[in-house]
Design a protein around this ligand. Structure first.
Ligand SMILES: [Zn+2]
Length: 251
């Protein structure tokens, strides 16, 4: 029997019946799995185990693994509209109106930003590390939903998932210099720390999304050692988590 599979959900988005969202954790594998519950290929984990784990995660969203749309994330600012599952190269944000296409972001510390426009039945998924955040990818995606897809900013909703948080996420001065000082924490002689989640929240607000419509996970990948994967913490021994948002089929 598989151990329980804890998932991170958005209480804000859970109020909407036509959308489903979940972020995986490192919990859910049996003790023999070297990477824990890992949804990333190519890391040295057994590929069959990863495939089974992806299927188990998808099932919790009432999806088959074939319903997921992945990005070969490159820390850029390319946003694509898609209408079917698959793997999209050189992409860090995807948008769809299509039900049963599970927009998926793969992370170990980067920020997954998921957007939902209930009025337009439109969703988006964004991968925002520090590079993507410096390129304002979450803001550009929200602005695209509003400007090109005519989503009403007042009824756009967002989930900012578990990711490296300002308690732990140290960066060099060269990276810190890319961001407003208000999102840099400086204490003592240590390196500056970056509030990547706060920056993405701020960008969504800049796009016009009301603060109350943005749900930010408090969880920090770097210090939640038993719950979450972190590349910053575990480097080559780190697995990956998926965050997926999907429009449910009309009933
Ligand atoms: Zn932390």
């Amino acid at each position: 029997m598989n151990p329980p599979l804890p998932l991170i959900r958005s209480p804000l988005l859970a109020q909407f019946p036509h959308v489903a969202l979940a972020q995986s954790t490192r919990q859910g594998a049996d003790a023999s799995a070297p990477f824990g519950f890992n949804l990333g290929y190519g890391l040295g984990d057994d590929e069959n185990r990863v495939t089974a784990a992806v299927a188990q995660f998808a099932e919790r969203l009432d999806l088959d693994p074939e319903d997921l749309a992945f990005m070969n994330q490159v820390h850029g600012a390319t946003i694509r509209e898609i209408s079917e599952p698959g793997v999209y190269d050189d992409t860090d944000a995807i948008i769809t109106r299509q039900p049963r296409v599970g927009l998926t972001v793969r992370t170990a510390d980067c920020v997954p930003v998921m957007l939902y426009a209930p009025g337009e039945n439109l969703i988006a998924a964004v991968h925002a590390g520090w590079r993507g955040t410096a390129e304002h990818i979450a803001q550009k995606t929200a602005e695209k939903l509003i400007g090109e897809y005519h989503a009403d900013a007042a009824t756009l909703y967002a989930f900012i998932g578990a990711s490296a948080a300002s308690c732990c996420y140290e960066v060099g001065e060269d990276v810190a210099a890319l961001f407003p000082e208000g999102f840099i924490i400086r204490e003592g002689d240590g390196n500056p720390r970056l509030d990547l989640k706060g920056l993405n929240r701020h960008q969504l607000e800049q796009a016009g999304i009301p603060a109350d419509n943005i749900n930010v996970s408090e969880l920090c990948t770097i210090h939640e050692q038993t719950l979450l994967h972190s590349y910053r913490r575990d480097a080559e021994r780190s697995g990956r988590m998926l965050t997926t948002i999907v429009l449910k089929e009309a009933v």
